[in-house]
Design a binder for this molecule. Structure first.
Ligand SMILES: Nc1ncnc2c1ncn2[C@@H]1O[C@H](COP(=O)(O)OP(=O)(O)OP(=O)(O)O)[C@@H](O)[C@H]1O
Ligand SMILES: [Mg+2]
Length: 233
């Protein structure tokens, strides 16, 4: 059984009364446990929309005639309650974004600890896990600094540490290198490959960067709301 399997994902955004945007038009995809996969395609083809659905932030359209299915790590997530989805996000998924999304008033260590706190760990345990995660990304010395004191590359490594602090099975990254120079991009890819290879973490990365695509084991191409021309895992 694949780690992640989606069939017939549709997502329609309504704009005003009569306008609709068909962001996803029947996505089918399958990812094995421990794969590192890139999703590539032109702007507006639905990559972020797909990531939001895989990350359980939005549900796909509900169509009784042709239902969507989404299973992740053996869980049928389309049938889950909001509460179950939130719990699954907190306990087994990590997220990385293009714009780092660190809390500016918190230190690096406090930022990294947040998901561990949300997933219900004691503060002392969360702090310990954050220290360890900052070590993984080589930023122990920056633990007490705030994001504005760090370079873009360092901020993204803090964001990676934050995504990894709960040791999630699945890491979802949307354009994680979009704001990085090539040296920081290489560093970030090295880090992600380590998590993938040493811990068997399944990683899905949306990217426009061919260098990132090349670092992944497989590239899924997206066009006009569909995954095109790729065999299943
Ligand atoms: N909240 C929203 N409301 C209405 N339309 C939306 C919304 N989010 C996305 N869209 C539309 O859905 C389509 C897919 O958007 P999406 O953000 O998934 O594309 P993308 O592939 O991530 O693009 P990019 O590479 O520019 O980030 C676009 O036409 C976009 O305008
Ligand atoms: Mg996007």
């Amino acid at each position: 059984m694949p780690f992640l399997e989606a069939t017939n994902l549709h997502k329609t955004y309504r704009l005003g009364r009569s306008n609709k945007v068909y962001a996803l038009r029947g996505v089918d995809m399958s990812i094995e446990s421990g794969e590192m996969v890139a999703i590539m395609g032109p702007s507006g083809c639905g990559k972020s929309t797909l990531m939001h659905i895989l990350g359980l932030l939005h549900g796909p359209d509900q169509d009784q005639d042709a239902p969507a299915t989404l299973s992740i790590n053996g869980n049928d997530v389309t049938g889950m309650s909001d509460k179950e989805r939130t719990k699954m996000r907190a306990s087994s998924m990590g997220f990385v974004f293009q714009s780092f999304n660190l809390v500016p008033t918190l230190t690096a260590a406090e930022n990294v600890a947040l998901p561990a706190v949300y997933s219900g760990r004691k503060r002392s345990e969360a702090r310990e896990a954050a220290t360890e995660a900052l070590e993984w990304v080589g930023l122990s010395e920056w633990a007490d600094h705030r994001p504005m004191e760090l370079s873009g590359g360092q901020q993204q490594r803090v964001a990676i540490a934050r995504a990894q602090v709960t040791k999630p099975d699945l890491l979802l990254a949307d354009e994680p290198t979009g704001n990085l120079d090539s040296a920081s991009t290489t560093e970030l890819l090295d880090l992600l490959q380590r998590f993938n290879q040493e811990q068997g973490q399944t990683i899905v990365i949306v990217t426009h960067d061919a260098v990132v695509g090349d670092a992944c084991g497989r590239v899924l191409s997206m066009l006009d709301g569909e995954i095109v021309g790729t065999p299943a895992a």
